[in-house]
Design a binder for this molecule. Structure first.
Ligand SMILES: Nc1ncnc2c1ncn2[C@@H]1O[C@H](COP(=O)(O)OP(=O)(O)OP(=O)(O)O)[C@@H](O)[C@H]1O
Length: 323
C-alpha cells in the first residue's frame, strides 16, 4: 500500500451531455475520515459508486487506486478491500437481523462456524443482540443503520464508504452513529463519508472536500476551510436607544440593526480585536448589554463556495458564543 487508501486522479463522469464530475482528484490517507460534502446532485453518490466499482469512471479519467489496487485493472481486489453502506442499504427487512448477518457471512464464504462467531460478535458490538431474532423491518432507523454497518464489517473491509449514514436519524441515533464511525477509524479503517450535514463533517472528518458543479471547490481540514471565508463578527446589543446611538457613533465599520438595537462589527474574534472594541466603548463611557462573538463555521464556507443556501445543519444551535 502507498499510505493512501484512495488515490484518484481526474475523475470524470457525464450522463448524456450533463457533466457530473469534471476531473476531480482525491487523496485519502489510510486510517482517516474523508468527507465529501455537497448539495443535492453535486455528484457525491456518483463518486462513491465509481470508487466502489458499481459504475465505471467516465472516459478521460486518470488513474484510480483504492486499497492500493488499480480500479480498472483489478476491480475484484478493490471489492475485496472495501465495504459500502448507503442510503439504500443491503438490509433485507423480511428476515431477521441475525439471518441478514449470516447471509452476509455466506456471501463472504466464511465457514458456518466462523459465520456464527463473527455474527455473534458484531451483533453484540452494535447492540443488536436483543433484536437479533426479529425481522429487520421492525427495526428503527438507527438499528437498521447499525445492522447495515455490522453486515459490512463481516467482510473485514479496510475502507468503508458511508453514503449519508445519518440522514433521517434522530439526534441520539446520529450521535451513536458518529461514535461507531470514530471506533471504526480507531481500528485503522479508512472512512469515506458523504454527507449534506456540515456539522457531521466538522465532527468526524480529518479532511473535507466541498463538491460543487462537478469540481472540488475547496479541500482541507474543517479549520482550514473555515479560515478561507470571512464572516466573523462581534455583535453588541443594547436596551437603551440613546446608548445604542452613542455606540453607533463611537464605533467604526458597524452595521446597524435599529429595531433590535444591535450593532455588528467585522472581527476575527481575536483577543486583540475584542480588546480594541471594548476600549473604544470604555473611552466613550458606553456599556453594551450583550456582546457575542460569531466565528465562521462550515455553513459559511459552504454557502461561500457553492452559493447554495438551504443545506441543512443538524441542530438549530446558535452559531454565536456569548463571551
Ligand atoms: N444513472 C444516471 N443517469 C442520469 N443522470 C444521473 C444518473 N445518476 C446520477 N445522475 C445525475 O448526476 C447528478 C449527481 O448525482 P449524485 O447522486 O451523484 O448526487 P449526490 O451529490 O449524491 O446527491 P444527493 O445528495 O441528492 O444524493 C445528479 O444531477 C443526478 O441527477
Amino acid at each position: 500500500m502507498t499510505g493512501l487508501a484512495i488515490a484518484a486522479h481526474g475523475l470524470r463522469k457525464a450522463y448524456g451531455d450533463k457533466t457530473v464530475l469534471d476531473g476531480i482528484d482525491l487523496s485519502v490517507p489510510e486510517g482517516t475520515v474523508f468527507s465529501l460534502l455537497g448539495p443535492n446532485g453535486a455528484g457525491k453518490t456518483t463518486t462513491v459508486n465509481i470508487l466502489s466499482t458499481l459504475i465505471s469512471p467516465g472516459p478521460g479519467s486518470g488513474e484510480i487506486r483504492v486499497g492500493g489496487h488499480d480500479l480498472a485493472a483489478d476491480p475484484q481486489a478493490v471489492r475485496a478491500a472495501i465495504g459500502v453502506t448507503g442510503q439504500f442499504s443491503a438490509v433485507d427487512g423480511l428476515i431477521t437481523g441475525e439471518e441478514n448477518m449470516l447471509l452476509m457471512a455466506d456471501l463472504h464464504h466464511l465457514s458456518r462456524r466462523d459465520g456464527r462467531r463473527v455474527t455473534a460478535e458484531l451483533l453484540e458490538r452494535f447492540d443488536l443482540v436483543e433484536a437479533a431474532g426479529k425481522p429487520a423491518s421492525t427495526y428503527s432507523g438507527g438499528m437498521r443503520r447499525r445492522l447495515d454497518i455490522a453486515m459490512t464489517l463481516v467482510g473485514s473491509p479496510r475502507i468503508i464508504f458511508l453514503d449519508e449514514p445519518t440522514t433521517g436519524l434522530d439526534p441520539r441515533a446520529r450521535h451513536n452513529m458518529w461514535q461507531i464511525i470514530r471506533e471504526l477509524v480507531t481500528d485503522g479503517i479508512t472512512v469515506l463519508l458523504t454527507t449534506q450535514y456540515l456539522e457531521e463533517a466538522d465532527e468526524l472528518a480529518d479532511r473535507i472536500a466541498v463538491l460543487s458543479n462537478g469540481r472540488i471547490a475547496a479541500e482541507g481540514s474543517a479549520d482550514e476551510l473555515k479560515r478561507i471565508v470571512p464572516g466573523g463578527h462581534v455583535r453588541l446589543r443594547f436596551t437603551d436607544p440613546a446608548v445604542y446611538q452613542a455606540a453607533a457613533t463611537a464605533l467604526r465599520d458597524v452595521t446597524r440593526a435599529d429595531e433590535a438595537l444591535a450593532l455588528q462589527l467585522p472581527s476575527d474574534g481575536s483577543q486583540r480585536e475584542l480588546r480594541a472594541i471594548l476600549d473604544r466603548l470604555d473611552d466613550a463611557g458606553i456599556e453594551a448589554d450583550e456582546l457575542t462573538v460569531h466565528t465562521p463555521d462550515l455553513d459559511d464556507v459552504f454557502f461561500a463556495l457553492t452559493g447554495k443556501p438551504g443545506v441543512p445543519t443538524q441542530t438549530d444551535k446558535s452559531k454565536e458564543t456569548a463571551r
